[in-house]
Design a protein around this ligand. Structure first.
Ligand code: SF4
Length: 335
């Protein structure tokens, strides 16, 4: 396999005054070159912490306590801060939920776009300017030349997110990580940004990791999905497997809350009831047991391993060991 990223048994904890919060409890996955992977789960599932571990941008109390993060074969955990800084600007681009956290309000968009090109690509000012204008036009910003001279507050929310994407792709990164890139936007703009990401994947041939709480968001952009819960990957498979052949009750819960008439079912949208597990004291058994309507005794006492369901499709649920054929995913019809 042509892996760009290979995460092996990653464990990340936060050391707080009340104890160790095991935010990521030992996950492994890889990403091929040019592939788009969705990481889906509720807040607190460990999806953003996984990416912050990868970027080495954890808060002071956070630490990778075990595992490897191999990017093109090099373990990012072992790099010096300087080497990591180079990778962050050059090889891995990141888009956050709120562009204002990444855009500096006191500098023009042009200056902010040109800076990484001058710093990481050794461009002179004139080339950096031309490239920055080109990037703004790639992400669909009208009159890019004029926009270069404007400040972030002169852009709408959707346009700011486009600028963020332009900044993230300016150095042609091998990997683009987008953390809830559309959550703060209204539905129409959301669809446009997702369409843009899909387009960029082909145009600049970058690998993408799209992090979201909403399965509907990844459906069109990603070919594979990891579902995370309680700091673990509980199901992983192709987008079609996850939507039409899911074998984990938590994924079924997420599917029931996707407002997509094409893929779903007659049932009304239903949030998953109950609370995620306390990661100060992670449960010994299945992390979803307290909220799962199918829970059995074994679920409380023993953590389910990732059972192989099909090619590249795994699910950590005991039902797959004991009674899988009786239980169906809520998505019944393949589109
Ligand atoms: Fe539910 Fe048990 Fe499966 Fe966990 S292992 S999701 S508790 S049935």
């Amino acid at each position: 396999m042509d892996a760009l990223l290979d995460i092996r048994n990653l464990k990340t904890s936060f050391f707080t005054h009340v104890g160790e919060v095991k935010a990521v409890g030992g996950i492994s996955f890889s990403l091929r070159k040019g592939e788009a992977l969705g990481i889906v789960g509720e807040s607190g599932s460990g999806k953003s912490v996984t990416m912050m571990s990868l970027m080495r941008l954890l808060a002071d109390s956070g630490k990778v306590v075990d595992g490897e993060i191999l990017f093109e074969g090099a373990d990012l955990i072992k790099l010096t801060e300087r080497e990591m800084e180079r990778i962050r600007g050059n090889d891995i681009g990141m888009i956050f939920q709120d562009p204002m956290t990444s855009l500096n309000p006191v500098y023009t968009i042009g200056k902010q776009l040109m800076e990484p090109l001058i710093k990481h690509k050794n461009m002179n000012k004139s080339d950096a300017y031309k490239t920055a204008v080109h990037m703004l036009s790639i992400v669909g910003i009208p009159s890019p030349d004029k926009r270069m001279k404007q400040y972030p507050h002169e852009f709408s929310g959707g346009m700011r997110q486009r600028v963020m994407i332009a900044m993230a792709i300016a150095c042609s990164p091998k990997l683009l990580i987008a953390d809830e890139p559309t959550t703060a936007l209204d539905v129409t703009i959301q669809a446009q940004i997702l369409e843009l990401m899909k387009d960029l994947k082909d145009k600049i041939n970058t690998s993408i990791i799209l992090i979201t709480h909403d399965l509907g968001v990844v459906a069109d952009v990603c070919s594979r999905i990891n579902v995370m819960y309680g700091g673990l990957i509980v199901e992983s498979g192709s987008t079609r497997d996850i939507f039409y052949r899911s074998r984990h009750p938590y994924t079924w819960g997420l599917l029931k809350s996707v407002p997509n008439p094409k893929t779903l079912i007659k049932e009304r949208l239903k949030p998953i009831e109950g609370q995620p597990p306390d990661l100060l004291k992670p449960p010994v058994g299945c992390p979803f047991a307290a909220r799962c309507e199918y829970a059995m005794r074994v679920c409380i006492n023993e953590r389910p391993p990732l059972f192989e369901i099909g090619t590249d499709h795994v699910a950590a649920c005991w039902l797959n060991h004991y009674q899988a054929p009786k239980v169906q995913s809520p998505v019944v019809k393949e589109a």
